[in-house]
Design a protein around this ligand. Structure first.
Ligand code: GLN
Length: 233
């Protein structure tokens, strides 16, 4: 019962996607959970800072960090050369790639079958960049959505012939009942990182890296990924 005054801990506002399971999603109690959420909270605890999670959507989170309105973003965000021009990334914490998914009853199995069709993507993502980089070659049209659920919906209703989504997210979603199937091997393979605005919040970035290393060493990282992915982790 000693009255040790609590050391004032810095609170950082962290942006994330609205729904990107198993990395971030609202559970039945409407609390944000998932690998990214558990990781950032465990790292904050390990390093003695506090986080306020802002599930504003992927593109909004990325832009809010760039404009200094949020301190950092953790949203299954891929570390890319282009983004490194405006962001400082943490050490990578998860590997991922982009897959093409189609409706369960679709006969489409490859990119060349997308000619003259629509493809759904999520604004500001590497999946969207990938689609835009190959749309002329394969002759498809890109339609954009702000979140993954609306993107899937467009494919399930048959408006779009396919969507491009991160492989671990699409696999998890399909396991949970999303009525799509994956038809390609992961492309654009890379890693997820926590990001801050370039040159800003360097203390937060350092703490993230230290905390991540500690969580990897003490088994907590493994526990978190296995909690959501089981033996797939
Ligand atoms: N990994 C992808 C990217 O960084 C998608 C992230 C997301 O949709 N939350 O663009």
């Amino acid at each position: 019962l000693s009255a040790t005054p609590a050391k004032a801990e810095t609170t950082y506002t962290i942006g994330t996607d609205v729904t990107f399971p198993p990395f971030e999603f609202a559970n039945k109690q409407n609390k944000y959970v998932g690998i990214d959420m558990d990781l950032i909270r465990a790292i904050a605890k390990n390093q003695g800072f506090k986080v306020k999670i802002k599930p504003v959507g992927f593109n909004a989170a990325v832009q809010s960090v760039q404009s200094g309105q949020l301190d950092g973003v953790i949203a299954g965000m891929s570390i890319t050369k282009e983004r490194e021009a405006t962001f400082d990334f943490s050490k990578p914490y998860f590997t991922s790639g982009v897959v093409m998914a189609v409706a369960k009853n679709s006969k489409i199995t490859k990119l060349s079958q997308l000619k003259g069709k629509k493809v759904a993507v999520k604004t500001g993502t590497s999946g969207a960049d990938y689609a835009n980089s190959i749309k002329n070659k394969y002759g498809f049209k890109v339609v954009t959505f702000d979140d993954s659920n609306n993107m899937y919906e467009d494919v399930m209703t048959g408006n779009s012939a396919a969507c491009f989504e991160d492989s671990p997210v699409m696999r998890y979603g399909i396991k949970q009942g999303t009525k799509l199937k994956i038809v390609t091997k992961p492309a654009e393979n890379g890693s997820y990182g926590f990001a801050v605005e370039k040159g800003h919040n360097q203390k937060l970035l350092k703490s993230f890296n230290k905390g991540l290393a500690n969580l990897k060493a003490n088994g907590q990282y493994k526990k978190i990924t296995e909690k959501y992915l089981g033996k797939d982790a």
